[in-house]
Design a protein around this ligand. Structure first.
Ligand code: FAD
Length: 388
């Protein structure tokens, strides 16, 4: 076993995957999570093959397959007419091309899988209700203050999310910034769903200044719905129950075939201010490193935020098992930042394209249809086919 001990702040997807990846390489860690218990409700997560392969290498394949839905395709449709624009084939061909399937999961299910793996590994200590306050570097390590106690580690990993506290210890780290967009999220029990609402694949409905993503989770028993609109709402820390009337005013009810099906349903919506952290800031300072949203929170248009956190964890653990801490963290930053910055920018561009209106939208749809789903998917090979 490599004789270093690592502190991790945050038990989200980034923190838990980092702990598991380190343990996989024989490195012990302590995870500090400020929440007294871990409960993630009401939302789905698309786990693309680049991230799925990492979970599989950690021995989580059976657990993931039990919880996931494997969609046959991602269908792009016009939000106005509901007509198909293109269909990106996934299913068996995704596993063949990228070495792992494209999985649709409920966040709570993924979190339980990771949490159980963490609890079953005696190299990981998980402390709930433990808020990391500050971290300071010493000559040969770091000191973390958590509530009233202090802990010493060889390295500190800040996986404390988009509003990271610990990033203040990393000179040059990018601050969080509201993006001027909100995401509205809900789930629909399958029995309540309108019969013609697409629910077996990932469906993306493109509208002016908005788009809707619909996909199944929990073995198809729940349909996850995300609506992203252009909206300056809240400060950069807001997430709250949302009044769907505010949401549906943004859409033309008569012309949006699938969207109008959603307006009549009595659903609990949560409204999130989408916040970005520019990926080209500093991620590392000496023995402290940022991972996941703390380093590079991105817009959800490519469904890659959690996937990048999972890749971060994998690379970070490998580098820490191969080199002294400060060198390893520098290598981690050098290896990860170019790729994540490219994905971060591509997600932004995708947002602009998704939200076009009028003649520009017509031209977009014609172009995408002409390219076709299979070729379009190949444009994402560099994302899904990545190997560390
Ligand atoms: C609408 C939407 C849809 C998305 N869909 C996808 C998708 O389909 N696929 C995908 O890959 N990504 C998706 N993402 C992105 C993904 O959700 C995030 O990138 C990912 O969850 C970030 O994980 P994280 O662990 O870095 O941060 P978080 O999940 O925010 O976890 C941070 C953790 O740290 C804890 N914490 C905070 N401060 C402290 C402290 N001081 N001390 C101790 N603990 C602390 C918090 O309580 C929390 O548990 C989506 C995002 C949005 C908004």
């Amino acid at each position: 076993m490599t004789a270093i001990r690592v502190g991790i702040a945050g038990a989200g997807i980034a923190g838990l995957t980092t702990a598991l990846s380190l343990a996989h390489r024989g490195i012990a860690s302590t995870v500090f999570e400020r929440a007294p218990e871990l409960s993630e409700v009401g939302a789905g997560l698309q786990i693309s093959p680049n991230a799925g392969r990492i979970f599989e290498a950690l021995g989580l394949t059976a657990e993931l397959d039990r919880a996931a839905v494997l969609p046959e395709a991602i269908d792009l449709r016009s939000g106005q007419t509901g007509e198909p624009i293109a269909s990106l084939p996934l299913g068996a061909s995704a596993r063949q091309a990228y070495g792992a399937p494209y999985r649709l999961l409920h966040r709570a299910d993924l979190q339980s899988i990771l949490l159980e793996a963490v609890r079953n590994d005696n190299r990981i200590e998980l402390r709930l209700g433990a808020e990391a306050k500050t971290v300071a570097q010493t000559r040969d390590g770091v000191t973390l203050s958590v509530d009233d106690a202090e802990f010493a580690f060889d390295a500190m990993i800040a996986a404390d999310g988009v509003h990271s506290t610990l990033k203040s210890a990393v000179a040059g780290a990018s601050p969080p910034r509201p993006s001027g967009r909100t995401a509205w999220r809900t789930t629909i029990p399958i029995g309540m769903a309108p019969r013609d609402l697409p629910h077996e694949r990932t469906t993306v409905l493109l509208s002016r200044d908005a788009h809707v993503v619909i996909y199944p989770v929990r073995g198809g028993r729940l349909i996850n719905v995300i609506v992203v609109i252009e909206e300056d709402w809240g400060d950069d820390s807001w997430s709250a129950p949302g009044d769907p009337d505010v949401l549906w005013q943004r859409f033309d009810r008569d012309s949006t075939r699938y969207i109008s099906r959603l307006t009549g349903l009595d659903l609990q919506w949560t409204r999130w201010c989408l916040t970005e952290v520019a990926a080209n800031g500093a991620w590392v300072d000496g023995r402290i490193a940022l991972v996941g949203d703390a380093a590079h929170a991105m817009l959800p248009f490519l469904a890659q935020g959690a996937a990048m956190a999972i890749e971060d964890a994998d690379v970070l653990a490998r580098e820490l098992s191969n080199a002294p801490v400060a060198d390893a963290l520098q290598r981690y930053q050098a290896l990860r930042r170019p790729r994540v910055s490219r994905i971060w920018k591509t997600a932004r561009q995708a947002g602009q394209i998704y939200h076009l209106g009028g003649a520009m939208a017509v031209a977009r749809d014609l172009t995408i249809t002409a390219i076709g789903g299979r070729k379009l998917l190949r444009r994402y090979d560099w994302i899904y086919g990545w190997r560390s």
